[in-house]
Design a protein around this ligand. Structure first.
Ligand code: ZN
Length: 101
């Protein structure tokens, strides 16, 4: 059952501060960029503590799918298309806010 949430802020955090000791995300909705492969990591907005990874680029959507087009802002990031953390949450990251579908 996917969860609908109130709008949740997307806060960028350093990679070293993203994970908890169980390799989950410390903060739901937080975002970091992996030092290892450059993908984005995000804390599932549903609040479960799991982390997801997204292939993201600004300017042009990466050729490889799935991938997301980023508006280039870390203050107010927007991604297209929508983000689906299957079984948990589906929605949009728009202007720095995670919004449930
Ligand atoms: Zn979740």
């Amino acid at each position: 059952m996917e969860k609908r949430t109130d709008p949740l802020p997307a806060i960028f955090v350093p990679y070293a501060e993203f994970f908890d000791e169980d390799m989950g995300a410390k903060v739901p909705g937080s975002i970091s960029v992996s030092d290892e492969d450059g993908r984005w990591l995000y804390g599932c907005p549903c609040g479960c503590g799991t982390a997801g990874a997204l292939r993201v680029a600004a300017g042009e959507k990466p050729a490889q799918s799935p991938s997301w087009l980023w508006n280039g802002s870390t203050e107010k990031p927007t991604l297209t298309p929508s983000v689906h953390h299957v079984g948990h949450w589906h929605g949009w990251l728009t202007e720095g806010v995670w919004l449930s579908c």
